[in-house]
Design a protein around this ligand. Sequence first.
Ligand SMILES: O=C(CO)[C@@H](O)[C@@H](O)COP(=O)(O)O
Length: 245
Amino acid sequence: MIRLAEQSVRVQEAVARARERVAALHAELPRNELVVWTAGNVSERVVLPDAAEGAPELFVIKPSGVSYDDLSADTMVVCTLDGEKIDDGTADALGPSSDTAAHAYVYRHMPEVGGVVHTHSTFATAWAARSEPIPCVLTMMADEFGGDIPVGPFALIGDDSIGRGIVETLRESRSPAVLMAQHGPFTVGRNARAAVKAAVMCEEVARTVHFARAHGEPPRIDQAQIDSLYDRYQNVYGQASGSSR
Ligand SMILES: O=C(CO)[C@@H](O)[C@@H](O)COP(=O)(O)O
């Protein structure tokens, strides 16, 4: 088994920083009313420092079924990209999220992804219950999702099924969010913060489009205009640092 304590100081520091970030970002899920009780989870790929050849590829994820009030950097579980917990200094009994296999599959097959989030946010999950994509009828959707928010296949929890459904669906879309049928949204990003932002915006547009449709079907934005909006938001919007995106 990989032992964190046997890794280089720089790898251990990278893991500690990821734990801090992921623990703090979990608070955004209840704060934005995206989860109830212990539902939902956030993970982040550990970005290894340069000259860390031979270091194991790892990610950090929430422990399963632990109250959000009890989450801390010290309780974030460290796993290999196969979804196996390493000897990370937490109690052996502290198991990783039940979605660990899904997050791990995404990290193995989407190298550009640095963060993964899963929620059961009410409006997005209602669209997932209907297995219905959210149509791109808002400029905010074009900005963040580059088009419709797609639906992934129904999949049981605990093996590669969900992860495979996420990857196969997102390969056909620019969206950082996918509504897994009759389950709920999963989002990806260059890091965990970007994936949390996508989860917040996914719920926001799911709610808005739901109410818009109460009085008829809103028209989808023309594809060329979606492309223009997406390009502006992804490459121009906000501060030059990109921190606001
Ligand atoms: O939806 C599922 C599993 O996919 C929930 O159990 C999940 O939101 C929370 O599970 P964990 O506490 O992360 O194990």
